[in-house]
Design a protein around this ligand. Structure first.
Ligand code: UDX
Ligand code: ADP
Length: 458
């Protein structure tokens, strides 16, 4: 079959694969190939067990794979054959050298830029989709134009705003698609090609164009603002617990102001996920490097409050359970960083498990999707940890339940049955405020919500 256009995605992770699956689904006349250096990951994309769990994703893969969607490890050949290349490789925080713990580690990304240069025999549009520090596109352009030949490369920035767990809906109905380009003739022409792809399913007023650096910065700032809302409400949850106010009531009263809006005001054990912390630290590093220490400190406090919220949660568990957790069994309900994903990157549950182990508690972890990743995250941690998929079996014989993830499943559990199987007095620490706390209290639990008075039988 002759395809109208050929698109390549380098990096078959949480961002690259779903976003290109959506392009393949919406543009059957385009050939979309997704490549990765990780052969196991590519094999999984070609199998019945996809490496990413995302509601609705499998259905789209089944409709497109082998038709106009292909997964491959042959990166060099694919670079040569494709005209439009999305770069979706990972950009973790640097763990060494200058900017360690803050700046983005750009080594994977730079390798990709060089690989594109070496294997291109025709003009390419290279689209930066990974979240990167601003001016990365400029560096990419410099690498690509360092070649001796006369091949032209147009670099665009097209950050992805989808969230895990709702990726398919977010990709299909985005609030906006952002495309950063140069205002040169070839920059504008390249942008038009990308606009044409998205126009297949996104209305024109939602396709925003800007200069490249604004696009890069907007992604960091959007994540920083979202995370800042979570830290803001979490900081107020601490105050509510002291002042006998109720965080849900405060969030509702505040969020009904249309200028503020109701979303992202759920207090909990703090944000996780691969983006928020990394992007804020990136922003902080950027501010420092431009000589703006006050701005850097402002954004850094968002991360600090997130850590504080987790420490506060454990301090509360310890205090409520008579100041000792040694030998006690604590069941963590959920391990992924949010519902509807198996992803555990930066999940608050990781830190919370470690703090519990430091108190010599025994940790029993349950999660409908994330136990495999949880076992990898905790592989080097010493202490008693077990992984049990069935929440009833996991909770049986425990002293306390600690809600880590807002899986819908946990709202609907039979807490009466669970209560009967636990050691008394039984505790629930509802780190997500998702259970019927009054009902659990009436069953006999001592209930410790976030940002609300505790319900105890003592
Ligand atoms: C985020 C951005 O939303 C998305 O636009 C970007 O592309 C990637 O980063 P993601 O990390 O997948 O997406 O999930 P998100 O829904 O933003 O949640 C992040 C964390 O914040 C989760 O741990 C979630 O539980 C927490 N959160 C979110 C709260 O604690 N309270 C809230 O009210 C909202
Ligand atoms: P994200 O959440 O940003 O999508 P992931 O870690 O899920 O991050 O995915 C990034 C993917 O990029 C990984 O599967 C990784 O193997 C892949 N990758 C990293 N470097 C390269 C490279 N040089 N060439 C191809 N793929 C790469």
């Amino acid at each position: 079959m002759k395809f109208r256009k050929k698109i390549l995605c380098i990096g078959a992770g949480y961002v690259g694969a779903p976003s290109n699956v959506m392009i393949a689904y919406k543009c059957p006349d385009y050939k979309v190939t997704v490549v990765d250096i990780n052969a196991q990951r590519i094999a999984a994309w070609n199998s019945d067990h996809l490496p990413v769990y995302e509601p609705g994703l499998e259905e789209l893969v089944l409709q497109t794979r082998g038709r106009n969607l292909f997964f491959s490890t042959d990166i060099e050949k694919q670079i040569a054959e494709n005209d439009i290349i999305f770069v979706c490789v990972n950009t973790p925080t640097k763990t060494f050298g200058a900017g360690a713990g803050m700046a983005a580690d750009l080594q994977y990304w730079e390798k990709t830029a060089r690989q594109i240069l070496e294997n291109s025999k025709s003009p390419k549009i290279v689209i930066e989709k990974s979240t990167l520090p601003i001016k990365t596109a400029l560096a990419m352009e410099r690498i690509l134009s360092s070649g001796k030949g006369d091949i032209t490369f147009d670099v665009l920035s097209n950050p992805e705003f989808m969230a895990e767990g709702t990726a398919i809906n977010d990709l299909e109905n985005p609030d906006r698609v952002l495309i950063g380009s140069h205002e040169t003739e070839s920059g504008v022409a390249a942008r038009a090609q990308l606009v044409e792809i998205y126009s297949r399913w996104v209305s024109p007023e939602k396709i925003i164009t800007s200069n490249i650096w604004s696009a890069e910065l907007s992604k960091l700032v959007a994540n920083a603002f979202l995370a800042q809302r979570v830290s803001s409400i979490n900081s107020i949850s601490a105050l509510c617990e002291k002042a006998d106010a109720d965080i849900s009531e405060v969030a509702r009263a505040v969020g009904t102001d249309t200028r503020i809006g109701a979303k992202f005001l759920k207090a909990g054990i703090g944000f996780g996920g691969s983006c928020f912390k990394k992007d804020i630290l990136n922003l902080v590093y950027l501010c420092h490097s431009y000589g703006l220490p006050e701005v850097a400190a402002y954004w850094e406090s968002v991360v600090k409050i997130n850590e504080y919220q987790q420490e506060r949660f454990i301090a509360n568990v310890l205090r409520s359970m008579f100041n000792t957790l040694a030998g006690k069994k604590i069941c963590l309900l959920g391990f992924s960083f949010k519902a509807d994903t198996a992803d555990t990157r930066e999940s608050p549950a990781i830190n919370i498990t470690r703090m519990l182990l430091a108190e010599h508690a025994e940790v029993i972890i349950t999660d409908p999707k994330a136990l495999g990743n949880a076992a990898i995250d905790l592989a080097n941690d010493k202490g008693k940890i077990s992984f049990i998929e069935d929440p009833y079996q996991a909770a049986a014989g425990c002293h306390a339940l600690a809600m880590m993830t807002d899986w819908d499943l946990y709202r609907k559990l039979d807490y009466r049955k669970i209560y009967k199987s636990m050691v008394k007095p039984a505790f629930i620490f509802d780190g997500r405020n998702i259970i019927d706390q009054q009902k659990c209290f009436e069953i006999g639990f001592n209930v410790f919500p976030i940002g609300k008075p505790a319900l105890t039988h003592f």
